[in-house]
Ligand binder design. Structure first.
Ligand SMILES: Nc1ncnc2c1ncn2[C@@H]1O[C@H](COP(=O)(O)OP(=O)(O)OP(=O)(O)O)[C@@H](O)[C@H]1O
Ligand SMILES: [Mg+2]
Length: 268
């Protein structure tokens, strides 16, 4: 099933597209991680990428953020070409990677000041932003503790802060709510919505949380074995397969029913 999505009415101007891919593909030896991806993501929109483990979501993000070379195909990100302008892409995008590294011997404030400096932000302005972000994420009072003493969710919060600190035009979030408690997830959800609306930040979000995607993402793409099988607004995807919500629609589309007869098969 492939849900066509087109913007009607105002129409899409070419400069209002922040991501455009054409037959974008990546092979690792015999593994076809991404196959002929054709996708457009509008500026200031929130795009959610769903798909089973190993579907190719992280691979796509790594290619689009300039970290990994595609095998074939083409793409532009904020108008920059992924083959020729990877440095430019890095300056206008933010990335929350799937398995990020943190400098554990720095405090949260030192780490964020370091990230700010990498993005040419310094002085009073960045210090204020850091204070406000740490306050928003409920880390005030712990800001001078070393990151090695943080819980995994607290580290994730610092990483979310580091991703948006320089207000990138486009933000890639690879599983942003992993390790976050429900209140922190809700906060990240609101932060995404307000940044998309107020400062026209574009979000490309890989997630396994269908309820999160349903609340936050205007357009959802479902990737299965490297192939984009479904694309459209969550409500359209749900209606098209006659599901109650996005979780049920997702399971209908990619499969995922548990075969109970196999549950203890490893013991036999
Ligand atoms: N560096 C690599 N070398 C070899 N194979 C790789 C490499 N990176 C990814 N792959 C393979 O590419 C495929 C897609 O992996 P990818 O990490 O993009 O999936 P994903 O959709 O992000 O999955 P998950 O939901 O588990 O995070 C997998 O089969 C994976 O084993
Ligand atoms: Mg991944």
């Amino acid at each position: 099933m492939y849900v066509e999505w087109r913007v009607v009415g105002r129409g899409i101007m070419s400069e209002s597209i922040d991501i455009r891919t054409e037959k974008l593909s990546k092979h690792f030896g015999n593994i076809r991680a991404l196959v002929d991806l054709d996708l457009e993501v509008r500026r200031g929109s929130t795009f959610g990428f769903l798909g089973p483990n190993g579907a190719g979501k992280t691979t796509t993000v790594r290619i689009l953020s300039g970290l990994l070379r595609a095998t074939s195909g083409d793409a532009t990100v904020c108008g920059y070409n992924i083959h020729k302008q990877r440095d430019e892409i890095k300056t206008v995008t933010g990335l929350l990677p799937e398995a990020p590294g943190l400098y554990s011997k720095l405090s949260a404030v030192e780490f964020l000041e370091f990230i700010g400096a990498l993005n040419d932000l310094a002085g009073e302005m960045v210090r204020k932003r850091i204070d406000r972000l740490l306050d928003l994420l409920g880390l005030e009072g712990r800001q001078d503790d070393l990151l090695e003493s943080y819980s995994s969710g607290m580290k994730q919060k610092v990483l979310v802060a580091s991703t948006v600190l320089h207000e990138p035009r486009l933000v890639f979030l690879d599983e942003p709510t992993s390790r976050l408690d429900p209140a922190a997830s809700a906060l990240v959800k609101e932060l995404i919505l307000v940044m998309a609306k107020e400062v026209e930040t574009t979000f490309f979000i890989c997630t396994h949380m269908t309820d999160f995607a349903e609340d936050v993402c205007e357009i959802i793409g479902i990737l299965n074995e490297g192939v984009l099988t479904t694309l459209g607004p969550p409500s359209t995807i749900v209606d098209n397969v006659g599901a109650r919500d996005l979780e049920e629609a997702y399971l209908k589309i990619v499969g995922g029913e548990v075969d109970r007869t196999k549950l203890l098969a490893w013991r036999k």
